[in-house]
Ligand binder design. Structure first.
Ligand code: HEC
Ligand code: HEC
Length: 185
């Protein structure tokens, strides 16, 4: 093979790879809002001395799972001793907001490649179903690159929005196209 031809092939392979390969969102961290009383107090009294509450979003567990995780993580220094009412409040909160049916915030997120795309109507119906549980559709107030939209949607999952990786990528594709920085409508 001629050198020029083969280096062109390599270049093409690299380009294709960067277009189709999994997109890893980096430097992304969950942000968990401090809950109201009585959970807030339980957290201040028992947890805040050592670390923040954001990492809670890395887990999706039922009540029993949360109880075991907290025991396990802190058994070395035997530092966490919850009294009855603090434990109840905290486990209620954790198993409600980060329960077994929620989606854990990924430590490293690799976007799946999606082949189907949303039409405008499908995107609208999807968002009406998933997003309006918490707020009106804020996506029409801003324009972002696909990467920024992905970060935002991962952030929404941290807030408790329930959407699978594939659903999220379909939405990110649509948002990047229709609410992208260069879109004209
Ligand atoms: C005395 C310090 C201390 C206190 C108090 C404490 N933690 Fe921790 N926690 C740690 C340390 C150290 C780790 C890391 C342990 C490991 O990774 O093995 C940790 C890890 C965690 C993690 C996992 C974080 C991750 O990124 O995987 C969670 C969730 C957690 N703690 C929840 C709690 C909760 C809920 C409370 C209050 C009930 C609490 N912690 C109180 C020291 C503390
Ligand atoms: C479980 C509740 C919940 C769901 C469901 C939810 N969000 Fe949000 N959203 C929030 C909260 C809380 C904020 C404000 C804090 C923040 O930015 O994380 C927010 C803020 C936003 C913002 C503004 C953020 C900024 O910094 O500009 C956008 C855009 C947004 N949401 C889009 C969406 C979309 C799209 C969906 C559906 C796929 C969705 N949200 C689903 C809770 C939710």
């Amino acid at each position: 093979m001629k050198p020029l031809y083969s280096s062109l092939l390599v270049l093409m392979a690299l380009l294709l790879d960067s277009m189709c390969g999994p997109v890893a969102a980096q430097g992304l961290r969950p942000q968990v809002e401090l809950p109201d009383e009585p959970v807030r107090g339980a957290i201040f009294r028992n947890c805040s001395a050592c670390h923040g509450i954001d990492p809670y979003a890395y887990f999706a567990l039922d009540r029993q799972g949360w109880r075991e995780l907290i025991d396990q993580l802190h058994q070395d220094d035997n530092s966490v001793h919850l009294n009855g009412s603090d434990e109840t409040a905290l486990l209620d909160f954790l198993s409600e907001q980060f329960g077994a049916d929620s989606i854990a915030f990924p430590r490293v997120y690799e976007a799946p490649t999606v082949t189907e795309t949303f039409t405008d109507v499908e995107a609208r119906v999807f968002m009406d179903g998933v997003c309006t549980e918490c707020h009106e559709l804020r996506v029409f107030k801003q324009r972002n690159t696909p990467a920024k939209w992905r970060d935002l949607m991962l952030d929404m999952r941290g807030n408790g929005a329930v959407l699978s990786d594939v659903e999220m990528e379909k939405l990110v594709e649509w948002l990047g196209r229709v609410r992208g920085v260069e879109a004209t409508r």
